[in-house]
Design a protein around this ligand. Structure first.
Ligand code: C2O
Ligand code: CU
Ligand code: CU
Length: 576
């Protein structure tokens, strides 16, 4: 094992850009910002990621990465996000990944921040203590903006976490570990949509080392890579404790020797360095142990034998390689020296009233290469800024089944909520996946089922996103949108004074929809009273009246949603 790791290190030195003068660099620890008003200036500039080589990078309040935001549960925060990026096509968005915030504050593709503009959402921190992150989410440009450097960590504190004896002094015994690989073009600029991501960075530092005290330390692991999954572990299979997953603390600390994190996922781990002063240990990725189909494994080969062009040329794929060198130094005063056992009590929801199915599939099922390379769709659709794919009724507990019908594993992410896994392909949920999560890696030809509740925030027209967190898949449209609607307040009036009117209601097989304004196209979604979608249809309008067929519906009451460019109307209709 050790010799293989050494081999890979020298391979990096030979292959990566201008990296002949290989030396370990001190791990960059992003500055922190705390309080309740955060001024975040997105900017571009030049960074020497490698000594003597200028690379254009993007960052927030700096030219690479972003400050770590430290916030308290319950606080109201204001985020003043200014887009000072220059260059073409650099409108962007900033999304608070994992945070439970209103859809209009979520920073998805609809909350565009034009160049020169400031976006200032204000929201309350409702999540429990944990490690979250923020990054751009612009339509079709997420990978470009994230991999050029815009990504930061968010640490939420609360009274439960604060009452535990845990390392929590940032940069002293509690460290951000943002792991990313990047690809470079011949001009030493960061490249996207390539399989050539051979340079490994932690917090933007190549070949990083960290001086860490000989006591229990906490590493806040974030896989901020565009595509690569890591199989983390330490030198000599040293065990560690995992205390938190994406959404916060686990019920109790679990002992692991390996931790697989796919793009977007986080974990907090404790590593015991007591008695190791003067020694060096390594955080590695043991990617040789990753199974076929995971981006980062030796092979991503589909059911029909297709592979991703250029994939096998990347020497990190299927290799064991170093992520971070840890040099153990003297203890601090008041070190944490004992591992915690119980941490918190998570209470997963148990009874769902709505089930939804999400099928991840290549656009052409019978093409061997497309099974692993895409383009991929979700339930047959690609992302459409104007469409709504799902409508959830506020306060509903739902089970979502995500089925992967492709040859590559996809990290599936849902905005707004944290979920719990009910099963992995019908079987048991591994202990490290039993906490609150917002990303789950779905293996090829398998499914997962998750349970969640859509609470607090509803909006009739601004959706949340669900998507694959492989950023080029997301950019290529492997993303959908969902509205959360509050049917106690948002049922539209249906009378002659309104712009949109339905008649007759109740009706038997045809319902007339009349419009007082000239609309070109609308989307009509019919769902049952739980929000379970029965049909969704995009319709071109040629007249101010539409005859809409409802003959196929069983007798009963339904929601009929009409989405136009400007608004959403939700009616209750009765089919006789
Ligand atoms: Cu981390 Cu929708 O993203
Ligand atoms: Cu997110
Ligand atoms: Cu994907």
């Amino acid at each position: 094992m050790i010799s293989k790791i050494k081999f890979i290190v020298s391979a990096i030195a030979l292959c990566a850009v201008a990296d002949a003068s290989f030396s370990q660099n001190p791990l960059f620890i992003p500055d922190t910002l705390s309080g309740t008003v955060f001024n975040l200036n997105i900017q571009n500039g030049t960074t020497q990621l490698y000594p003597g080589i200028n690379t254009t990078t993007f960052g927030i309040n700096g030219v690479l990465l972003a400050p770590t935001l430290i916030v308290n549960k319950g606080d109201w925060v204001t985020m003043n996000v200014t887009n000072n990026l220059t260059g073409n096509s650099n409108s962007t968005t900033i999304h608070w990944h994992g945070l439970h915030v209103p859809p209009e504050d979520d920073g998805g593709p609809h909350q565009i921040i034009e160049q020169g503009a400031t976006w200032s959402p204000e929201f309350q921190i409702l999540n429990t203590a944990g490690t979250f992150w923020y990054h751009p989410h612009g339509e079709g440009k997420t990978e470009r903006h994230v991999s050029k450097g815009i990504a930061g960590m968010i640490i939420i504190r609360d009274s439960v976490e604060s009452s535990l004896t845990l390392p929590r002094t940032y940069g002293v015994d509690d460290f951000p570990v943002i792991v990313q690989t990047k690809a470079f073009d011949v001009l030493n600029q960061i490249a996207v949509a390539t399989e050539d991501d051979t340079a490994v960075f932690v917090n933007g530092t190549v070949h990083p080392f960290l001086d860490a005290p000989a006591q229990i330390i906490r590493l806040r692991m974030l896989n901020g890579s565009s595509s690569r999954t890591y199989n983390f572990g330490f030198t000599a299979t040293q065990p560690f404790k995992m205390i938190a997953s994406d959404g916060g603390l686990l019920d109790s600390a679990i002992t692991l020797t390996r931790l697989r994190l796919s793009p977007g996922e986080r974990a907090e781990i404790l590593l015991d360095l007591q008695g190791l002063q003067g020694q060096t240990i390594y955080l590695n990725s043991f990617s040789s142990e990753l199974p076929n189909g995971i981006h980062g494994a030796a092979t991503v080969t589909g059911m029909m034998g297709g592979t991703i062009p250029g994939y096998d040329l990347n020497f990190l794929n299927g290799a064991d390689f170093e992520i971070l060198q840890i040099n153990v130094t003297a203890q601090t005063t008041n070190p944490v020296t004992a591992m915690p056992t119980t941490l918190t009590t998570n209470t997963p929801w148990t009874n769902h009233t709505v089930s939804r199915n999400f099928s991840l599939a290549p656009d052409t099922m019978m093409n061997a290469q497309q099974q692993v390379e895409g383009p991929f769709n979700i339930n047959g659709d690609h992302f459409d800024m104007e469409a709504i794919n799902e409508t959830v009724i506020l306060n509903t507990v739902e089970k979502w089944r995500i089925t992967n019908q492709t040859g590559i594993a996809h990290p599936f992410h849902i905005h707004d909520i944290q979920f719990y896994l009910l099963n992995v392909n019908g079987g048991a949920v591994p202990n490290y996946m039993q906490g609150k999560k917002d990303v789950v890696l779905v293996m090829p030809m398998e499914y997962v089922e998750v349970i969640t509740k859509f609470e607090t925030f509803a909006n009739d027209s601004v959706p949340y996103m669900y998507h694959c967190h492989l950023l080029h898949h997301e950019d290529d449209g492997m993303m959908g949108s969902f509205l959360v609607i509050d049917t106690t307040t948002s049922i539209s009036e249906n009378n002659s004074l309104e712009e949109i009117r339905l008649f007759p209601n109740p009706s038997t097989d045809e319902i007339n929809v009349s419009f007082s304004e000239n609309l070109k196209s609308i989307q009509i979604i019919i769902s049952d009273l739980n929000g379970q979608i029965i049909s969704t249809e995009k319709i071109q309008l040629y007249e101010n009246i539409l005859k809409y067929n409802i003959a196929h519906l069983a007798a009963g009451t339904y929601f009929l949603q009409i989405l136009s460019e400007s608004e959403t109307k939700i009616f209750k209709i009765i089919k006789q």
